[in-house]
Design a protein around this ligand. Sequence first.
Ligand code: ADP
Ligand code: MG
Length: 348
Amino acid sequence: MKKIGIIFGGKSTEHEVSQMSAASVLRAIDKKKFTPVTIGITKTGEWKLFEGDYDKIENGEWEKSAKPFRPSDLKNVCEFAFPVLHGLNGEDGTIQGLFEMLDIPYAGCGVAGSASTMDKGIARDIFRCAGLPMCKHVAFISADFNDDPDGIMDRIERELGYPCFVKPSNMGSSVGISKAHDRAELKKGLEEAIRIDRRIVVEEAVDAREVEIAVIGNDYPETAAIGEILPSDEFYTYHSKYFDNGETKLVIPADITDEQRAEIQRIAKIAYKACDCSGLSRVDFFIDRKTGKVLLNEINTIPGFTAFSMFSLLWAEAGVPYPELIERIVNYGYERYNAKAERFANWF
Ligand SMILES: Nc1ncnc2c1ncn2[C@@H]1O[C@H](COP(=O)(O)OP(=O)(O)O)[C@@H](O)[C@H]1O
Ligand SMILES: [Mg+2]
């Protein structure tokens, strides 16, 4: 029986979401094949070993009875790491670097795939090099804005116009994202964004449908169904993602044309490979309402992962039930680890 370390929580704005995803994975994982070991990371970054009810992981009570744990001891308690962490310090390559140093196989993308997709500016540079269609954008660092705020805003107005979206480059769950309709809102949005991140992306707003596709695999990524988000707010905000009591609707499968479906599958696979993704990712798109054109938005390497999240539902629609999905992701982690170990064995 393989001991799988399910790592959850984390020093991230998506701490609570991660607890929900982890509880779902723990309830569904095939206990005949895997023995889950639960390791939580507090909001202040402390690692703890938790033995107890999955409900306590979901509601955050696990912290009270969990025991202190050193990350360097990971290999003593499990043989495979499954990070169910969203956002910074979990989805951005940092913990993946730790797994590499500890030489433990793990689920999902490696260091480069995680880091490059987490940073919206870097991801866009890779998408552009791969010739993939996306919204027009401008990227800069906070110092550029502080040195010449009017110069930056003039450039945004000239190249993008209004409305536009202001985004911290390395966040998630729409944290720090705002829609600017004029210069005053742009200035406010930029001031807010540079408090959160030193890298900023501003993008033309498109009047668009939002569709997402789920991908798993390593060298030969496979795509599942495509789903559409109907957000309850003006755009898909932090509130509409997690706290709107089901007013945001997921439509699975999305009602799109065959050409749009083929285009989304094609682009998702190219983007996945170009960013060096492996294991799993959810690739998010816009479809321009006027032109019907498909635009790539972003890749989430550890998407919301409850049994009722878009990612799992898209695989269910494609005929892969949630427990099997978890097992396949573990197997892809081993496949990547073993392939790398083999390459190294040939060298040293
Ligand atoms: N260029 C855009 N045009 C229209 N809506 C956008 C644009 N960029 C972002 N949005 C809206 O903001 C949401 C969050 O933006 P996104 O770039 O996906 O950030 P996050 O990583 O936080 O999910 C999107 O789901 C969408 O609703
Ligand atoms: Mg998004």
